[in-house]
Design a protein around this ligand. Sequence first.
Ligand code: NAD
Length: 474
Amino acid sequence: MQDYKLLIDGEERVGGAGHWQDVLNPATGEAIGRVTHATTDDLDDAMNTALRGLTEWRSVTPWQRGAILKKSADILRSRKEDLGLAMTHEQGKPLREAIAEVDRSADFMEWGGEQARRITADGLIGRDIGNRIVIERHPIGVVAAFTPWNFPMALAAKKFAGALGAGCSIICKPAEETPASVLGLVQALLEAGVTPATVGVVFGVPSEVSSYMIPSPQISKITFTGSIPVGKLLAAEAGKVMKPVTMELGGHAPVIVCKDTDPEALADYLVPKKFFNAGQICICPTRFFVEDEVHDRFLDRFVARAKEIRVGDGALAETQMGPLASEKRLQAISGLVEDARARGADILTGGHRVGNSGNFYAPTVLANVPNDAKILNEEPFGPLAPVIRFDDEDEMLRQANGLEYGLSGYLFTNDASRQRRLSDALQVGTVGINDIPTHIPEVPLGGWKESGYGTEGGQSILEPYQKTKFVSQR
Ligand code: NAD
């Protein structure tokens, strides 16, 4: 049993009200620890400390910040087995996926450090003789970051890498379900030399923490990864006090399988992608549109492969898919399947919980799903794959683009003109052509439509955490 505490000014602290929340292992349902909740006094302390941290961190040059962030990456990599195991215990994913996530988090810290060293100002000659203009990039201020449980370390690492690289201080409120991953990340940052006041971690009732922190004057920037409804709420709160937000929200990615593909080979490729992290990924492939000519062969093979997935405790070497992260997710997934079943969909495999303890749900493939079924309209965020037959490309595209989600979309064809046409038509921030990519630090990830504002990663990883100042000198 582990006590997860607030981290303010490098010191662990129990929240003032002494309120604790159990942290459960999703594979067993048993408590593995408890997390303390912050009071508003604790949050005030965290924010005042971060304001001081902002001044301290700004006196560290970008070159030194780069060295510190890169050192934190080395520390994370040296601990990836232990950090990975803690992540598997709190989140459920197979251990090798958790270890890979620690590696990916290290990649983000390294990238943020490298980009810190490339902060430049733009200079130009003014319109009048003797007028010099400089456009400087300054850290935006104290960042409030709200991070989720599905990739509990990597999704926080993106925010820490951008904010710290830019010279900001940052307070993170991780999902209470997965406290160890962010605490492990911040520990590595502190050991690497980030000034203690610059990085804080708080826990609590999410809505209470966010509605207290967002309007607080110490906070200058809000960044959130999570669901669209919560994103809208936080963006509205930030809008009232005119604070900028970055929103990485949900998706409902179309996967277009065209008739010229090898349907069996493609099903073999797509099944592990679909059920990776039990489907709890914002850019997960979720609506499979398969052209009539290859539909039946694709579906048969997809179902056969989905049946072979070994579901179990992520800590066991043979496990290919772990449990859902929480009991709440189990209820949500069961609800989507029952809704589809009631509307006449065929459940070709899965469609049920596995075992009586833990949050295991069988990899599930659905066919003949009516368009009004919830699963075709709401992000499933779980191990569910609805397969939809199409023969009219325009009609399929209308459906693929017909939702307010716009995070990612995938298409599989070797027909060059079709690749271009479909890629251009998809209204999303990420397209995979014969590929289901993962988010690597080198590329900016962001959603279209209701899937978000702004991007994370890429050459512009620091930009969400910077403000420009135009200085004109005569
Ligand atoms: P949820 O909407 O209750 O919570 C989503 C996340 O937001 C959690 O991490 C939660 O701690 C946080 N949160 C909730 N209310 C908040 C508030 N008022 N202020 C600050 N943070 C708040 O749903 P859930 O069941 O935990 O997660 C499922 C849904 O979340 C999915 O449908 C998916 O859309 C979304 N999600 C998306 C991502 C992503 O990578 N974009 C990650 C995790 C969850």
